[in-house]
Write a protein that binds this ligand. Structure first.
Ligand SMILES: [Zn+2]
Ligand SMILES: [Zn+2]
Length: 135
């Protein structure tokens, strides 16, 4: 059961108090980024236009790392990206089911991720096809 206070805050803010606080902090952060001309996407290098278009991104991914907490909170490891570019909102695996581990990710010019294993397979298939054609 939510407390009467929590219910009242939710009625007044339209969101739970923690959710509203988080939203406010994001807005504040975005306005500071714009002011300091840092509202640029880490991955695609295009401007981030609105707070809805901003996600907090980690340059070095922290998931499944021994030093996950260190990486997660390290300010030097923080950058900003579009939701569509953010590594954490993307799938963990490629279409063929290969894990997007650090050593299995390629970034194309748009900042989109490519699976290195699939890429290698594709190159190999193309190579063999060419070989066959030459006879
Ligand atoms: Zn982007
Ligand atoms: Zn793959």
């Amino acid at each position: 059961m939510p407390s009467p206070t929590a219910t009242r805050y939710r009625e007044q803010l339209g969101l739970s108090y923690p959710a509203a606080s988080y939203r406010l902090i994001r807005k504040l952060l975005f306005s500071l980024l714009v002011e300091s001309k840092r509202a640029i996407c880490l991955r695609c290098k295009q401007p981030i236009d609105s707070v809805e278009d901003m996600t907090i991104d980690h340059m070095i991914p922290w998931r499944n790392k021994a030093d996950a907490q260190e990486l997660f909170y390290d300010i030097e490891n923080i950058a900003f990206s579009h939701p569509r570019c953010n590594s954490s909102t993307l799938r963990e695996r490629c279409r063929q089911g290969h894990l997007f581990a650090d050593d299995n990710v390629l970034y194309d010019a748009n900042g989109a991720r490519r699976c290195r294993t699939c890429n290698r397979e594709k190159m190999r298939r193309a190579y063999h096809r060419k070989k066959k054609q030459r006879g």
